[in-house]
Design a protein around this ligand. Structure first.
Ligand code: ADP
Length: 273
């Protein structure tokens, strides 16, 4: 079979005719598949030896016989191993997202519940250094995959914690608008220079490499967010201004939004007579 990418453009007098340009993308498609499988296999193969190394480092650090002057290098090694583990986990998440066109399960996801859990984790991560506020439509649910949506939303919230200094104000909003369900994370941190915005969802793209490595980022978070949104017919919108902060918005079409049936919550199941 060959894969074609088709572009249809109106042309001719009063644009009544159609010009169809087909491009054979079979090769690109196959190369992409090889790349995808390679990344998935390599990450998978690296995971086991890395887990073994991490385990032994932990044992050495816990042992009372370990000389003091070994503790510092061992701690550094442990931290770097942890980083590698996070990168590999994120690469595996991305490959899994790429393997399947659509989420396997479509369920009504209790987004308000997910947000409350994510905010608790964010508080732990921030350790009181940020002020976090939320405005959540408690009755608004979304049709999709719970684990995928959880990872997308938590990436955005944790980014606002990781990439902004102490004292930053973070606001998380989940609401209905005219034709969308919208999840937003807004911070009044240092912001991102506008020229970087279009490239932020590329794998391993970071604004300030050194600083974001320090903050424990893998550079894969926004790539994961973008994939998850694509699979939920959603769009990621971002706006940022230096010195004023950043806003990341996930917009989902209204057809995916569900309203919680309050009768079930209050009275339980109905009987029919
Ligand atoms: P990382 O793992 O580094 O967080 P991401 O793909 O999630 O990778 O983000 C890419 C880069 O975008 C980050 O390294 C950081 O430079 C920038 N960034 C993301 N969110 C914010 C934010 N809220 N404020 C400032 N910079 C941000």
């Amino acid at each position: 079979a060959i894969m074609l990418s088709l572009r249809i453009t109106p042309f001719g007098e009063r644009k009544k005719q159609r010009l169809v340009v087909g491009r054979d993308i079979t090769k690109i498609y196959h190369l992409n598949m090889i790349r995808r499988d390679f990344v998935a296999n390599a990450s998978h193969e690296l995971r086991t030896p890395l887990t073994v190394i991490a385990g032994f480092l932990e044992t050495l650090l816990d042992a009372t016989g370990t000389p003091d002057h070994h503790r510092r290098p061992l701690t550094l090694m442990r931290n770097q191993t942890d980083r590698m583990c996070s990168i590999i986990e994120d690469l595996l998440t991305l490959s899994r997202l790429e393997m399947r066109e659509r989420p396997e399960e479509q369920e009504s996801v209790d987004i308000p519940d997910e947000i409350h859990l994510i905010l608790q984790e964010a508080q732990t991560l921030s350790n009181g250094r940020h002020s976090v506020e939320s405005q959540v439509d408690e009755d608004l649910l979304l049709l999709g995959s719970a684990p995928e949506l959880r990872s997308a939303f938590s990436n955005l919230v944790f980014n606002a914690v990781k990439h902004t200094p102490d004292g930053t104000h973070i606001r998380v909003v989940w609401r209905r608008s005219a034709d969308e369900a919208e999840f937003s994370v807004i911070d009044d941190g240092p912001g991102i220079p506008p020229e970087h915005l279009p490239r932020l969802t590329e794998r391993f793209y970071r604004v300030d490499r050194a600083r974001s490595r320090e903050s424990g980022g893998t550079g894969l978070g926004l790539a994961i967010v973008k994939h998850v949104l694509n699979r939920h017919d959603g769009r990621l919108r971002m706006a940022s201004e230096l010195g004023r902060g950043s806003r990341f918005v996930c917009g989902f079409p209204a057809k995916r939004a569900l309203i919680r049936d309050e009768r079930d919550e209050i009275l339980g199941d109905e009987i029919q007579t």
